[in-house]
Design a protein. Structure first.
Length: 180
């Protein structure tokens, strides 16, 4: 059975790959691996299009069934009545035809409710999966000071001497929370 979740997963994968490429654009350009990244993103896009195609085909089939079932139900009901009673009177036929639209409306609500329940379940599962992810551990450990070793700091200058405003080879220990 075709799942809407497959489309969502494919879109998430594509978004992650594109975000990764955008964040690493300089490195990708510097390393001259644009072609490789284009292939990666294209492959993910093709997978997403395949999932979308499957869902659309399933939707078309569902719509075809949804449209044809009331007609087939009416025909089958009147045929069964005719076979069991050897005849169908006009009163029976017109009464049945006036009742079928009511049954059609009631019958069409059931599949819509099932689809909405499935979509709600998928959403709840995705939210639950996100909430159950482990908390990220703090990776920054505070130290006693900030250490500068062989640091050079320059300021832009419009003079002929380009590095007129520069501090070179700075070696300094700066205590935390003392430079306010």
């Amino acid at each position: 059975m075709v799942k809407t979740q497959d489309v969502v997963t494919a879109r998430d994968t594509k978004s992650h790959r594109i975000t990764e490429a955008l964040h690493g654009a300089r490195q990708i350009k510097f390393s001259a691996i644009e072609k490789k990244w284009k292939e990666i993103i294209s492959a993910v896009g093709v997978k997403e299009l395949g999932a979308i195609w499957s869902v659309f085909m399933f939707d078309i089939l569902s719509l075809l069934i949804w449209i044809s079932v009331p007609i087939l139900l009416g025909a089958a009901t009147l045929s069964a009545y005719a076979i069991l009673n050897d005849t169908v009177t006009a009163a029976v036929a017109f009464t049945a035809l006036s009742v079928f639209p009511s049954l059609q409306f009631a019958g069409s609500i059931i599949p819509i409710m099932i689809i909405e329940l499935i979509e709600a379940r998928v959403s709840v599962e995705r939210i639950q999966e996100h909430l159950e992810l482990p908390e990220k551990a703090e990776t920054i450990l505070p130290g006693d000071s900030t250490m500068l070793e062989n640091v050079s700091v320059t300021w832009p200058s419009y003079e002929e001497k380009k590095d007129a405003y520069a501090l070179r080879n700075i070696n300094r220990s700066l205590p935390n929370h003392k430079l306010r």
